[in-house]
Design a protein around this ligand. Structure first.
Ligand code: NDP
Ligand code: MG
Ligand code: MG
Length: 330
């Protein structure tokens, strides 16, 4: 395994260069501001809208995507994955400077062949392993989030230097940057969010909540037990792994953990994880997601509406109002 830290990266590589951040959402606002604080010249590429106003309010020069790309030596594409191919074709590719470097924070469009850059372009990935808002917050605290680095095309022979400088600029080399490939990043990222971080955890929380409330327990207690307390447990795992979490909980909880965990995540769940991984590897998931977007997201929207109305969301909103220390993000 190859790991890079601050001392392996040279920010001077980006001196005299202009970085265009395309998109100013979760990752865009964080990466742009971190780079600027690291002394890098940043412009933002957007369409007219909410993000445009925000980027201007944050003091950036904002341009239509085509113009930002034309100004830039390094172009970081931080649009939603499902929009990237169209914007790339229509606004990025025709305006890309010769010798420019394309940067991604997720390998989806390259790996699944939705964007095929010209061979003359360096193509790299710096993927922070963190939600965008924490990319910014940890940087401001003097720390950083870990990142993944991959080189897809290295026409100039300097793609690694550029990628490392970029990673340093957004703070990732403070925590550690692991070298990977677009394939490995894409497949593990999709698997992680589906099976564990987002899909797995959401269903686990809901299943626990529903089991308790259907058995007649108060929804407020079920909420605290199955959702609120999860953060406290995960914080312990984050600090010191599973052992540290188990050190902190009672022996009763630890015995229950050992006896019951494998019944919840049973062989059926493990088989489901293997199936999910297989569908990611074969491109079946990517194909479904691309097609879903082409027909206007009927399934995404129907499920999203239903999920927002789930009783755990209703009781949770009420309880969080009473906990001002929990940031209430509407
Ligand atoms: P967001 O949805 O938060 O932001 C997207 C941005 O793109 C918005 O500023 C939006 O502006 C703009 N945009 C959308 N469509 C267009 C368009 N047609 N032309 C110009 N601008 C447009 O995206 P994320 O930050 O979540 O994701 C960006 C990338 O980062 C993805 O590749 C994702 O996989 C990756 N990533 C994301 C993580 C995260 O924490 N969210 C974690 C790691 C990687 P507007 O206001 O006008 O809609
Ligand atoms: Mg992802
Ligand atoms: Mg307890």
């Amino acid at each position: 395994m190859k790991m890079y830290y601050d001392q392996d990266a040279n920010l001077e590589v980006l001196q005299e260069k202009t970085v265009a951040i395309i998109g100013y959402g979760s990752q865009g606002h964080a990466q742009a501001q971190n780079l600027r604080d690291s002394g890098v010249k940043v412009v933002i590429g957007l369409r007219q809208g909410k993000s445009w106003k925000q980027a201007e309010a944050d003091g950036f020069e904002v341009y239509p995507v085509s113009e930002a790309v034309a100004l830039a030596d390094v172009v970081q594409i931080l649009l939603p994955d499902e929009q990237q191919a169209k914007v790339y074709r229509e606004e990025i590719e025709p305006n890309l400077k010769k010798g420019a470097t394309l940067v991604f924070s997720h390998g989806f469009n390259i790996h699944y062949g939705q964007i095929i850059p010209s061979e003359e372009t360096d193509v790299v990935m710096i993927a922070p392993k963190s939600p965008g808002h924490l990319v910014r917050r940890t940087f401001e605290q003097g720390a950083g989030v870990p990142g993944l680095l991959a080189i897809y095309q290295d026409q100039s022979g300097k793609a690694l230097d550029t990628a490392l400088a970029y990673a340093k600029g957004i703070g990732c080399t403070r925590a550690g940057v692991i070298e990977t490939t677009f394939k490995e990043e894409t497949e593990t990222d999709l698997f992680g969010e589906q099976a564990v971080l987002c899909g797995g955890v959401s269903e686990l929380v809901k299943a626990g909540f529903e089991t308790l409330t259907e058995a007649g327990y108060q929804p407020e207690i079920a909420y605290f037990e199955c959702l609120h307390e999860l953060k406290l447990i995960v914080d312990l795992m984050y600090e010191g792994g599973l052992s540290h979490m188990r050190y902190s909980i009672s022996d009763t909880a630890q015995y229950g953990d050992y006896m019951s965990g494998k019944r919840v995540i049973s062989t059926a769940s493990r088989q489901a994880m293997k199936d999910i991984l297989h569908e990611i590897q074969t491109g079946q998931f990517a194909r479904n997601w691309i097609l879903e977007n082409q027909v206007g997201r009927p399934m995404f929207n129907a499920i999203d509406r239903k999920e927002k109305e789930h009783p755990i969301e209703v009781v949770g909103a009420k309880l969080r109002e009473m906990m001002p220390f929990v940031k209430n993000k509407k």
